[in-house]
Design a protein around this ligand. Sequence first.
Ligand code: QAP
Ligand code: CO
Length: 168
Amino acid sequence: MAVLEILEFPDPRLRTEARPVADVNDTIRKLIDDMLETMYEAPGIGLAASQVDVHQRVIVIDVTEDHSDPLIFINPEIRVLDPELGEYDEGCLSVPGFYETVNRPRQVEVTALDRNGERFTRVLEGLLAICLQHEIDHLNGKLFVDYLSPLKRQRIRKKLEKSQRRRA
Ligand code: QAP
Ligand code: CO
């Protein structure tokens, strides 16, 4: 297993639309294991392959404190079950240090493939529902900062560019 480099906003590669996985094989399973290790090491609760510069539709999520419930979603499709929007203070490993309120549907049904390529369907609510929608946005080249005002987004971009220059 390996810890992968996480792309940071405003890296243009985060805007790439990810392609569906054609075959859930050992290469994809290795990617999943590396993504889980990368997410746990960060630490974070969700990671999309786009964030590690792999533009395939793969997401890992674990909202438990003890890393006991890793969830894998390959080629996820969601359907909104409860269109009522809930507010959540979201963060992102690609936007380190910034948390802002985003509104999203509270309850969704997801159909996806698991790490064996088996299709499953699950109803998600609470943080899991929010996190899955956030990660699917990544697969579509979208970031939570896109929901903020242009002024807020610009401020975040300037601060992150500055810290990226300091590290370079
Ligand atoms: C997405 O985000 C998410 O700023 C997952 O300095 C987050 O794991 C969806 C993280 C909240 C819904 C609600 C962020 C770690 C982790 C940071 C994460 C940071 C270090 C973010
Ligand atoms: Co994110």
